[in-house]
Design a protein around this ligand. Sequence first.
Ligand code: ADP
Length: 588
Amino acid sequence: MGAGLLFQPALADTKNTATVRIGVLAYKGAEAVQEDWSHVRNWLEASIAGHHFILLDFDQAGLTRAVRERSIDFVITSSGHYVALEHGEGASRIATIESPGALSPRQSIGSAIVVRDDARLRTLADLAGKHVLAVDPDAFGGYQIAARELLQAGVDPEHDLAHLQFTGFPVQNIVHAVRAGQADAGIVRTCLLEQMIRSGEIGAGELRVLAPIDIRGLPCQTSSRLYPDWPIAALRHTPAELSRQVAIALLRMPRTAVGYSWTIPSDYQVVGELFRELRIGPYAYLRLWTFEGVLRRYWGWMLLILALLVTWAVHTVRVEYLVSQRTRALRDAQDEQRRMAEEALLHQTTLDHTARLAILGEMASAIAHELNQPLAAIGNFAHGMARRITAGRLEPAPLLDGTHEIVMQSERAASIIRNIRAFSQKRASEQKSVDLKAVVGETIALFISTHPQARVVWQPAATPEVPTVVADPVQIQQVMLNLLKNALDAQQTAGRADEPIEVQFRAQAGACVITVRDGGCGLAPEQFAHLFEPFFTTKPEGLGLGLSLSKGIIESLGGTLSAAAHDDGKPGLAIGFSLPREESPEDQ
Ligand code: ADP
């Protein structure tokens, strides 16, 4: 019984029958699939026990999806689509179909570019700028194969045609449209034109294949080389045993009445090469990145950007050049300014020095007189002491008093000389924080010591804190001595030498003000305008530099120097200066 059961025909065992789904690319529509491929289904079912085979039709995208979703076990599709599935989904061919009329399974599919017989197109290159019809961007014979040939002929179908129009199925429409003059050319698979002529759909002399290639033995005309025919492929999840059984069964399948049979799988590498050249399918990524492609596509824009870049670069270089030129000019001007300032300072220092020497010159007799006093006193004390010693009166107390006096008087003389030397030295000004009240007081003391006939009344206003200014004390001394000397001169001219000269000090919010008031000859109204001009003098031995230099000094310290007659109509002049107060840290 075991033997009988073992040899039960598989078809009868419906319970254990496994369903095997074959997905087929329906390029001619769903019905055509059943019609064209049912002999394969029937043969497989008859040959492989325990399996029920069904044919499912898909368009290309649907078929890819079905592979991905594993809803089919085998796939029969175009060579182009197969290569994409091989790369993307791991499909592997197990047999290639042998079609009637094909030269061989390896050389079966090509493209024919059909044009009207009377068209003036001769070569593929002539198609540049023309209106061309094709089946679909994914159609292998109906577009991609021809696209490769066009590209090799120097015509990029995507960019160099006036219009590339995809019309879909049925492909016969393309041939009709070209015949009707609706387009210049149409891309269809090789042999379709001949089939349509045979079936009488169109007349023999109406259309022709553009730039036909001579392929020995091929009964049709083709514009392209030929590629392998459709394969049947197993998928990653298809059981290996089932694949083997299907492959063996197909190779054994007898040729059908119309002439179809299966043979060992062809080499589809040429299809891969086509994809690489067109940068489609698995090589679509190349499209994004090639420099040549980008250049070819966007050369206009790139030229514009290049032009803009060049303009920008030229502009930048020019601006930089101008900036460097102006900077140099500015630097030169600054250097010149600095040189002039240095010269002016030198000049000013020399002038200051001259003025001080002039004042000293004017004061020379007074200085001599002043020095004479301590020297005379020293002489007197020395003589007195000598007399005592000669007379033998050697009590130490009077002798010590005498020597003390001599020491004091010699110190007084030394201090006068020290002051005069400091005042007469040629030196650059040296600014620091100065207690103005103290400097003015010291200057008055110096003046009185050299001009004992002068009566100077010093009236500093009491201030809560010590007001300071930023200045050079020697310069302040120079200004003060000049003002005092002028005041005394004016009083002597008026015959009132013993009139008091009042010196006032006031500290205001932002400034310290010094005023020297005399009871001298005063100034005629027209002389006021020239008072501060260099070399203006009314004195026989005057230089006329004192006031102009004093004004320069005070103004260089940010202050002002001015003169006015007395408000109360008394004779004489009031000359004063103000200096900005130094900002104390609390003010900031
Ligand atoms: P100098 O004393 O060498 O003449 P200054 O520049 O100091 O030079 O003075 C210029 C002139 O201004 C003096 O000659 C004098 O005529 C006038 N002047 C200056 N101070 C007084 C003053 N206090 N009273 C009247 N005239 C003055």
